[in-house]
Design a protein. Sequence first.
Length: 162
Amino acid sequence: MIRNKALLVSATVPISAGLLVDTERYFTALDEFRAGDAGPIVRRFAGAARIAATTGTRLVDDLVGVFTDSWERLQGIRAHATARRLIPHFIAQPVVNAKHVQTALGVGEMATLRALDTLSDRGVLRERTGRSRGRVWEHPGVIGVLDEYAETIRRMGRGAGR
């Protein structure tokens, strides 16, 4: 879905999240693999893929919702504006500074600052430092979705130890 909305070129299922549900079992499976028994690590990866498929679908849906909201907040901004071009970059980098934006989009400082101001004024970004120099902006929607995803994985981990 993220790819279809042109937010990403490719989407990766978060298999690592499934592996981290129970790190002790994962590391034990790695040790067994090093000792010559591939069965436990294959089973851990299969279980992790199952967890990733289950939780990854919700993660993608939640991120699509966040980006849909971001696009809606930019109603009236021209289609090729720097602010609009920056939106897809928040999927991989939800916290940015001006230098990162300049490098990522190949634009100058003034275009970057205008875009960041527009995104902040429209409620897409939040400036975190409160300073005039060395500022950092975050996409609170993406951060919120990732925090909720991490909490879901933590809850699964607590349930796995039972």
